[in-house]
Design a protein around this ligand. Structure first.
Ligand code: NAD
Length: 252
């Protein structure tokens, strides 16, 4: 493995899609900042696995939905001499199975703050460091959206779907805003992927229940999303910005 001497930050990377993405980026030579919210043991395990495979990583506990958390996270990145050139806004939360009339402001705000505000704050700090106009090396950002941003998820979680719609719009607007500063911004829309987000959200068997409605007749694996993220972050996508790639098994 050839080390890049560059840092890629993956938010919410102690498990699921984020953990696999962190491992793939480390295998590509990035030093990976493994951000996590609460599970120190799981984040340390991701770092350990990366190091055992010859890569470099460090874990930073921080709530990316809050200014203080984002400040802590980027201070830890700035403590390195290597520049930040990659950001994967992966952290997100989901609560399932509620109609709009049942939604509380508390739930809506939680979802919007984690999924939207968190992506905004991390993108803001990354752009400050990557921008060639500010002395940075340029870089790439990938925002993890959801197929729900297009389907709207009626009767299940329109709050989550709307939050991911905002993430898509952030991707498109920011891509145009920072293109001349050497930064590409793209998104990935996962479909139903086998991770713990469904159990945490309230329905462990959700992927299996809905699999027959997926054109490919199965849920996806975290690796199948992580590979799409890594492609968009890499130089293989050097002329691609403002795009959102579906990894949904055919759900459009
Ligand atoms: P996951 O629950 O395993 O991972 C999400 C991670 O984000 C968790 O580790 C969680 O602790 C972390 N996180 C949440 N809020 C945070 C915060 N404020 N600060 C720091 N970390 C925080 O789920 P996943 O399926 O791997 O989800 C990854 C991304 O993919 C999410 O953005 C999710 O919305 C999106 N997504 C997942 C699916 C799916 O079916 N699994 C489908 C579409 C989109």
């Amino acid at each position: 493995m050839i080390k890049k001497n560059e840092i890629a930050l993956v938010t919410g990377a102690s498990r699921g899609i984020g953990a696999v993405t962190a491992k793939l980026l480390a295998a590509q030579g990035y030093t990976v900042c493994v951000n996590y919210h609460s599970r120190t043991d799981a984040a340390d395990q991701v770092v350990k696995e990366i190091e055992e495979n010859g890569g470099s990583a460090f874990a930073v506990k921080a709530d990316i939905s809050k200014e203080e958390g984002v400040a802590t996270l980027f201070a830890a990145i700035d403590a390195n001499t290597m520049p930040l050139t990659g950001l994967v806004n992966n952290a997100g939360i989901l609560f399932t199975q509620s109609k709009l009339v049942e939604l509380t402001a508390e739930r809506i705000n939680k979802v919007l703050t984690a999924n939207v505000t968190g992506s905004f704050l991390c993108a803001r700090e990354a752009v400050k460091r990557m921008s060639t106009e500010r002395g940075g090396k340029g870089g790439a950002i990938v925002n993890v959206s959801s197929g729900a941003s297009r389907t709207g998820s009626p009767g299940e979680y329109v709050d989550y779907a709307a939050s991911k719609g905002a993430v898509d719009t952030l991707t498109i607007g920011l891509a145009k805003e920072v293109a001349a500063e050497g930064i590409r911004v793209n998104g990935v829309r996962p479909g139903l992927i086998h991770t713990d987000i469904h159990a945490d959200g309230g329905e462990p068997g959700r992927v299996a229940r809905l699999a027959p409605r997926i054109p490919m007749q199965r849920g996806g694996e975290p690796e199948e999303v992580a590979r799409a993220i890594c492609f968009l972050l890499s130089e293989d996508a050097s002329y691609t910005t403002g795009s959102i790639l579906d990894a949904t098994g055919g759900v459009v």
